[in-house]
Design a protein around this ligand. Sequence first.
Ligand code: NAP
Length: 283
Amino acid sequence: MNIEGTTKIIGVFGYPIKHTASPEMHNAAFEALGLDYVYLPFEVRPQRLEEAAKALVSLNIVGVNVTIPHKETVCPYLDEISREAELIGAVNTIAVSSGKLIGYNTDGQGFIASLKEDGRETVRGKTLLVLGAGGAARAVAIQAALEGAGRIFISARLEERAEKVTSHIEKNIPSSEAGVVPRDKIKSTLEDADFLINATPVGMKPDDPLIIGPDCLFPHLLVFDLVYNQGETRLMKVARGKGCRVVGGLGMLAHQGAISFQLWTGRKAPLEVMRGALEKKFR
Ligand code: NAP
């Protein structure tokens, strides 16, 4: 990598930040296209977030990704927020344009793009059961509603958290039906569902337990595990053994990165290069 006076800077704000895979993914993409950009990790403490956001303009930085724990708290410091980011209530990408900070959320779009590419499916008219009610679950559920999903069910440890997401969908995107599923109704819901989506961190460690009973994994289901740091999670292995189609989180990570890349550079991202960089890191 050749950093010169002309090199444009992009990065990621998070705390902690040392586990991020985004620098490898984006720097590989810049190199592949011969673009004079560099992508850097920025460890930003929560109490410094406002200053860091303002500094993007002062330092002439092109944009950043925003990751845990800043995706929601950064919103008040932005000048504009895209519709999907507003609905999701979280931003994972900031682009600086004419001195203004514009916030986007590419996580949900990354999910939809990976579902299409890796799962050969769309959400239109489909029934989804999402496990978890955190930031990723919210991005997936809301983007799925925006893309015309028929029914979106959420099951989470804290039912109030799931209820917040589903009532938000029912209020703002009423074309999709949304509801909370208690743990003891997961199996009967999946009998009639199309997709099971794991949006919890369960599976990030190789010895993590299976998040739901194997008897819930009906062969008609497509199982999408957002976890991306394992080649194949236990959920994916068991689901595959039960005859389900399975998709892991790595494609979604590459696609959300590719959409952000295009927002910053105006260039179509080299998706295969980005995916290759992630595979090298995690496999
Ligand atoms: P988050 O905001 O912390 O939310 C996590 C959710 O999982 C919460 O609902 C939490 O429930 C639930 N949960 C945590 N541990 C659990 C357990 N042992 N059993 C059942 N539920 C549990 O995290 P996030 O940002 O949404 O991320 C969730 C996962 O998605 C992570 O693995 C992350 O790496 C992955 N992800 C992948 C991509 C991608 O591009 N592939 C993008 C974003 C995130 P409580 O509220 O009860 O704690």
